[in-house]
Design a protein around this ligand. Structure first.
Ligand code: GDP
Ligand code: MG
Length: 162
């Protein structure tokens, strides 16, 4: 069976970098719902023996509409289709106000959420990891999407959430 993952979080936390790391061949852009899914990318991927269907959300990075509105739309669509939600924050920046509002949205979601503290290569995400506990989404998992660190822990978390 294929595990469907939605990758969500505010702009610049590394969603697309993680998507690209996990993705094999990119699938076509999904543009059947103009204005909402335009910037959404989907791909098949693999992590260990897990077959993945990945959805990278990005529509709320469009500055024309209020970021919060688009963030909610994109996240709700991605969550509706996903088995598991990967919520990224930037371990170097720590938890921002926008991360907190995302966290609230995700705490109310009916899907399992895996909290990923990205950009944590070396010890650079340590403070961010401690702060991330405050989001109330369980154990934060340090990763580096850019360098491929923490992928074994991510695998185990996905397994446990399925
Ligand atoms: P998105 O807006 O959430 O999709 O974020 P991107 O994937 O576009 O990444 C935003 C920036 O963070 C880019 O400059 C990436 O190179 C950088 N980045 C992503 N992942 C990592 C990481 O694990 N470590 C570091 N140091 N930088 C990262
Ligand atoms: Mg992106």
């Amino acid at each position: 069976r294929i595990a469907s993952l939605a990758i969500v979080g505010r702009p610049n936390v590394g969603k697309s970098t993680l998507f690209n790391r996990l993705a094999g061949k990119p699938l076509a852009m999904v543009d059947d719902r103009p204005g909402v899914t335009r910037d959404r990318r989907e791909a098949r991927g693999r992590l260990g023996d897990l077959e993945l269907r990945l959805v990278d959300t990005a529509g709320y990075e469009d500055k024309e509409t209020g970021i919060e509105v688009r963030m909610r739309q994109q996240t709700e669509i991605a969550l509706a289709e996903a088995d598991v939600c990967l919520f990224l924050i930037d371990g170097r920046e720590g938890v921002t106000a926008l991360d907190q509002r995302f966290g609230e949205l995700l705490r109310r979601a009916s899907k399992p959420v895996i909290l990923l503290v990205n950009k944590a290569e070396g010890k650079q995400g340590d403070e961010g990891i401690l702060e991330a506990w405050n989001l109330g989404l369980g154990e934060p998992i340090p990763i580096s999407a850019a360098h491929g660190e923490g992928m074994g822990d991510l695998y185990q978390a996905i397994r446990a959430a399925l």
